[in-house]
Design a protein around this ligand. Structure first.
Ligand SMILES: [Mg+2]
Length: 275
């Protein structure tokens, strides 16, 4: 069902888009509909607003309907830093491709790819050490994930924060298979594996028979830049951001409602092509 449209056209990628221009979003969607698209969607900050408590980032029912409508007309993948089952539960739609853990865990029609599995023993050791050593630091929260461990410091006294950093560094020093990623009030240890959302997108285009499709990736964060670069020459990156910034995405949408409008227009345009 995904290969029945006319051949993809990559000759004239859509131009940059003035922020908040509804007519331009509609025109962009109409153009992309002609190119046999596949949609790669980040979750937090792209389909839902960023919230303090990650478990409160539920998908608005209107957005769920939009994604569902679109997925009936072209392949749709959700690609997130969250654990796969977490993002799948939040989106709550069958028939999509899901990629969790920044693409280290993929569930697609061709099967499940657990690319982070070789790193589980190192992660489990790190999780146990962090839980033991940070138990005495008030407010420190260790969040085990499938292919990462995150230490949250938002609730920690400022004077204790350097201790946490030292402990995370010490644990990392024992586990050469892991690498360190800093975030806002967050320390994270992840597999030291050359893999990111961009590589996951390329992998899916190859393994799911979509290498002739026009990939569109929509994301909002620095980790999404790998995805924007991966599709830059063969598709289109769309960054969701209020402020302009240096980005590999060709188009910027100012907010999440613009994403919703784009998904609606794209589903409409695909429906007109193949009612
Ligand atoms: Mg995001």
């Amino acid at each position: 069902m995904w290969n029945d449209r006319k051949p993809v056209s990559r000759d004239q990628p859509p131009a940059s888009l003035p922020a908040g221009d509804g007519a331009a979003i509609k025109a962009l969607a109409a153009d992309i509909a002609q190119r046999r698209p596949v949609l790669f969607l980040d979750y937090d900050g792209t389909l839902t607003p960023i919230v303090i408590r990650p478990d409160a980032a539920t998908l608005h029912p209107d957005m769920r309907v939009r994604v569902q409508r679109l997925a009936a007309r072209c392949p749709v993948a959700v690609i997130s830093g969250r654990d796969l089952e977490d993002v799948r539960t939040l989106v709550g739609l069958p028939g999509l491709i899901y990629a969790g853990s920044h693409g280290l865990d993929i569930d697609a029609p061709s099967g499940r790819a657990l690319l982070g599995e070789p790193f589980r023993p190192a992660l489990e050791r790190a999780i146990a050490r962090l839980q033991g050593e940070l138990a005495s630091v008030p407010g420190a929260l260790v969040q085990p994930k499938r292919y990462a461990v995150t230490v949250h410091t938002r609730e920690v006294e400022p004077g204790d924060k350097p201790i946490i950093h030292d402990i995370v560094r010490e644990v990392l020093g024992r586990e050469p298979e892991l690498r360190y990623m800093a975030g806002k009030e967050v320390h994270e240890l992840r597999p030291a594996f050359d893999w990111d959302k961009g590589k996951a997108i390329r992998h899916l285009l190859d393994t799911e028979g979509m290498s002739a499709h026009f990939p569109v990736f929509i994301g909002d964060d620095v980790t999404d830049e790998d995805g924007f670069r991966a599709v830059r020459e063969i598709g289109l990156g769309i960054r969701v951001a209020e402020e302009p910034a240096s980005t590999a995405a060709r188009v910027t949408f100012p907010d999440i409602p613009s994403v919703g409008a784009f998904l609606d227009h794209l589903a409409d345009a695909l429906g007109r092509l193949s009612p």
